[in-house]
Design a binder for this molecule. Structure first.
Ligand SMILES: Nc1ncnc2c1ncn2[C@@H]1O[C@H](COP(=O)(O)OP(=O)(O)OP(=O)(O)O)[C@@H](O)[C@H]1O
Ligand SMILES: [Mg+2]
Length: 382
């Protein structure tokens, strides 16, 4: 029978206790438990290993955010109160990523206040900073870079955005660069570089027919806004790219550990395998796989077939319906557990050296500190 046991066991406590590990990035497909895992690991690092830890969460569920004391997006870490750190001396701080504020901060750092104000007022900037695909991923990296640069933390645990694909997180900086570097934008920008006259007249003059058409379609104001936006961003572009490259290097460093989260379902495991392959290509350190929400029958020694047969026998005998029902439920759970192991085995076959650990599905959602502690313990002592 294929089994996830074939993979080496992921020792999360060893990672959390290692002072050389300064960054943990939790990634995986949408909805698999990235935010939960990130918060659980951070809590455990503080409570069990005495580390001064910050967790950067992204779009946490409201109840989870509340139980971490996060009532608003304020883009700075807040210390989580009421956790058990007396013995360990650790600390847990938590924050929710405010994508727009992070973008604004980047702009402010790269330009003077007057120019920044102009950029903030630009409708293209407003749209891009709050909705552009990839902005959230990019800003998560930016924020990680900022937290890291301050050097205040023993350990930074990063959650990644609820993207469809886990790879979006790694691709975002390149995609944003491509956008900012895009040909159409370069073209629009070219006249502005030749200096002197107003941007708009230069753009119109050099584009001739094309720009007249664009003007008709977009309207003159919009074209002005777009050129202004592009020119402004262009002046900061080197800064953007440099920072993204810096963060990329941090992600490749030995102080970083990627923790891949997957549900024991074909899509999520496939996604995890793509991501693991990509990390290998990028030489980014993958610590292991957390297989989250697995089902484990209470009596694993009783297999599905035996259990089903016993239920049928009891039904034939009559008078033992309740016991027969329990046996049938057990049989269904045992079958599901086998299916999940088979799905997980696909990852292990492709990446036999990557350590893995399974976390049992809890009876209810995880939305408070106790729940996170339970998950943290389950990740560490499967
Ligand atoms: N082991 C578990 N047992 C029971 N419920 C769990 C478990 N892990 C996570 N959950 C629940 O599953 C839901 C999704 O988890 P979570 O928000 O951590 O996923 P995510 O990967 O961050 O999702 P998204 O991609 O949307 O950001 C939450 O309601 C969480 O409480
Ligand atoms: Mg999440």
């Amino acid at each position: 029978m294929p089994s996830e046991d074939a993979a080496p066991q992921l020792d999360v406590d060893q990672i959390l206790a290692d002072p050389g590990v300064r960054i943990i990035v939790c990634c995986g497909a949408g909805g698999v438990g990235k935010t939960t895992t990130a918060a659980a690991l951070a809590l455990r690092a503080a409570e069990q290993h005495g580390r001064r830890t910050v967790v950067l969460t992204i779009d946490p569920a409201r109840r989870l955010a509340q139980s971490l004391g996060l009532t608003e997006l304020d883009n700075t870490p807040r210390q989580v109160k009421g956790i058990d750190v007396e013995a360990s001396g650790g600390e847990l701080h938590a924050m929710m990523l405010d994508m727009k504020r992070t973008f604004d901060d980047v702009v402010l750092q790269h330009t003077d206040p007057a120019k920044a104000a102009e950029i903030f007022a630009n409708p293209f900037y407003q749209a891009m900073s709050s909705t552009f695909a990839g902005t959230q991923e990019y800003m998560a990296m930016e924020k990680l870079g900022q937290l890291h640069a301050r050097g205040e933390w023993d350990l930074i645990v990063v959650d990644t955005p609820p993207s469809r694909s886990a790879l979006d997180f790694l691709d975002a900086p390149a995609r944003l660069s491509r956008f900012l570097d895009g040909r159409m934008l370069r073209l629009l920008l070219a006249p502005a570089r030749s200096g002197g006259r107003s941007m708009f007249s230069l753009v119109t003059a050099s584009f001739g027919m094309f720009s007249k058409v664009v003007q008709k379609v977009l309207g003159a104001q919009l074209l002005t806004d777009l050129s202004g936006f592009v020119a402004a961003l262009d002046s900061m572009f080197g800064g953007f790219r440099q920072r993204a490259e810096q963060t990329y290097r941090i992600l490749q460093a030995r102080e970083t550990a990627f923790v891949l989260v997957a549900a024991p379902e074909p899509d999520a495991v496939r996604e995890a395998a793509y991501f693991a392959g990509r990390l290998r290509e990028e030489k980014m350190p993958l610590a292991g796989l957390v297989l989250n929400r697995v089902h484990r029958p209470a009596a694993p020694e009783l297999d599905a077939e035996q259990s089903r047969a016993a239920a049928e026998r009891l039904t034939e005998l009559g008078g033992h319906e309740a016991t027969a029902d329990v046996l049938r439920a057990h049989a269904a759970l045992a079958r599901q557990a086998v299916r999940e192991q088979q799905v997980a085995a696909r990852f292990t076959e492709a990446f036999p050296a990557v350590p893995a650990v399974s976390v049992t599905a809890q009876p209810a959602d995880v939305h408070d500190v106790d729940g996170l502690r339970t998950i943290g313990a389950a990740i560490s002592r499967p």
